[in-house]
Ligand binder design. Structure first.
Ligand SMILES: Cc1ncc(COP(=O)(O)O)c(C=O)c1O
Length: 275
């Protein structure tokens, strides 16, 4: 899949220099955004996470208005659906880890076609990945460019039988999917892994927790040992492109797909997008 439109620092381009610190060290952050109905879905939340990531990685955050103008430029004339990806790197260094305090951040804003394969309404099966997620509180939560754990985990299955893979930390606690956040439902209450030591704080994860509160559905953000998933009645995964995707089977356990709580949240998420 090639980007259909791409701006690098505001100019049409398909390349970055060899000196880019995103390329050299993964020194950067990115956001993958659903562009539908002529709108960037959950734009505010994506920008907030990007801001947190830039602060953590000591990258000067680009002006939000500038990013917005660039998103409008790559999507001009397209109502969607499309995927907009924004990458911000720490700019250039000839060599060496020390960043030049004067070099500006680099902005890469691209539009991609919407993925053809949609997640099926009847739910997906999840693989259990062997690749663990490392503990690192200073990088946890943000969407930085170093995604090697997810890259390795994603090579573990090729069969279309599995729609996503679940990743655990060294203590065998569920952290997330390779490209999504994980929720389970037990006794009509939501449970999702705490991400203070690993994982990405997904935009849709945040939206789901807010919707649950609004609807009076109890929710808990806590460690989720793998064996606890067996005791749950529903499971779903979330990200900006799939939204909320019910899970049919994981680790030898069949789930209601979609279960009642999941179906309610899917409906509410769709409603909140129409507003
Ligand atoms: C590792 C990981 N966790 C979670 C998510 C979900 O994030 P969001 O809801 O912001 O798309 C992603 C999205 O790509 C991801 O790669």
């Amino acid at each position: 899949v090639t980007p259909v439109g791409c701006l690098v620092d505001g100019r049409p381009a398909q390349q970055v220099p060899l000196t880019d610190r995103g390329l050299q060290y993964g020194h950067g952050v990115f956001e993958t955004i659903a562009w539908t109905g002529g709108r960037a879905q959950f734009w505010r939340q994506h920008l907030q996470r990007m801001q947190r990531g830039c602060e953590r990685l000591l990258i000067p955050m680009p002006e939000p208005e500038r990013l917005w103008q660039e998103v409008k430029q790559v999507t001009a004339g397209h109502a969607g659906p499309a995927v907009v990806k924004i990458t911000v790197t720490r700019g250039d260094s000839v060599r060496g880890y020390l960043a030049d305090s004067h070099s500006p951040a680099r902005r890469i804003v691209c539009r991609f076609p919407w993925p053809e394969r949609q997640s099926p309404a009847e739910g997906i099966r999840l693989a259990l990945c062997r690749q663990p997620v490392g503990y690192n509180p200073s990088l946890a939560g943000i969407k930085h460019l170093n995604r090697l754990e997810q890259v390795l985990a994603r090579q573990e299955w090729r069969s279309p039988e599995f729609g996503e893979g679940v990743m655990l930390d060294q203590q065998k606690h569920v952290i997330s999917g390779t490209m999504s956040n994980v929720f389970v439902v037990k006794d009509d209450r939501l449970l999702t892994p705490v991400l203070s030591g690993a994982g990405v704080e997904g935009v849709i994860r945040g939206v789901v927790l807010e919707l649950a509160e609004k609807l009076g559905i109890g929710s808990q953000v806590a460690p989720v040992p793998l064996h606890q998933v067996d005791l749950c009645s529903e499971m779903f995964v979330t990200n900006s492109l799939i939204g909320i995707c019910p899970v049919r089977r994981f680790n030898g356990k069949e789930f209601a797909s979609p279960g009642e709580v999941t179906a309610t949240l899917i409906e509410q998420l769709a409603d909140s997008l129409e507003q």
